[in-house]
Design a protein around this ligand. Structure first.
Ligand code: MD6
Ligand code: FE
Length: 207
């Protein structure tokens, strides 16, 4: 584990290959029940380059009319989100030691050209709770800034099996995904995605 900044903990290859494969199959089942879709940005309606879905009681959604928020149902199917696989609840307990379980798990899928602009996660009511991120598949260049948009940032790779916790003083740091990196050996099961794709899970407390 390395503490990138106070409260920002990076655990390279926290998940061994067998656990990565098992988690990827569980996420493939989530995607089968709750299809990946393209969200749009508030106000402009511009499509995001990442495709997303969720599992857990609540899911993070965004559209032009109503902006960023959490919803109990998939915006396209109208169905409740699938349950969070128990493995994710266990990883949350192990890695965050937070006394309440996560309510939302956002699944982000990046193909080669997808990116995630610098942002803060601030749509949650409970901003004291940590966020846990788990990565599968292709590597990316991840950027972690400060609590103001213009603050200096550090960039480092996130690879398949890595965990990243943003907690305490790091909870409100800006962060984003600069780009997906060519990756030699990070296959995802074909039921989930093709080679060269990155999948990121972020687990949060919402209320
Ligand atoms: C990603 N991650 O890694 C995007 N948010 O694809 C995030 O936006 C993120 O990694 C909050 C905490 C940790 C994260
Ligand atoms: Fe984020």
């Amino acid at each position: 584990m390395s503490e990138i900044a106070p409260g920002a903990f990076h655990y390279p290859v926290y998940l061994d290959p067998a656990t990565q494969a098992a988690l990827a199959e569980e996420i493939a089942e989530v995607v089968a029940a709750a299809p990946l879709y393209v969200s749009t940005m508030p106000k402009t309606g511009a499509p995001m380059s990442v495709r997303m879905t969720n599992c857990g009681a609540l899911g993070w959604v965004s559209d032009k009319e109503r902006g960023y928020r959490y919803e109990a149902r998939h915006p396209m199917t109208g169905e409740p989100w699938p349950a969070m696989p128990p493995r994710l609840l266990e990883l949350w307990n192990e890695l965050t030691r937070y006394p309440k379980p996560p309510e939302a798990c956002l699944v982000n899928l990046y193909d080669g050209e997808a990116r995630m602009g610098l942002h803060q996660d601030k749509d949650e009511v409970d901003l004291a709770a940590p966020i846990l991120s788990l990565s599968l598949g292709a590597d990316c260049r991840f950027r972690l800034g400060g609590t103001r948009r213009g603050d200096p940032a550090v960039a480092f790779p996130l690879s398949s099996g890595d965990a990243l916790v943003l907690s305490g003083p790091a909870r409100m740091r800006y962060h984003g995904v600069d780009r997906i990196l060519p990756t030699v050996n990070a296959p995802l099961p074909p039921t989930l995605a093709a080679r060269g794709v990155r999948v990121n899970l972020t687990l949060r407390r919402v209320a």
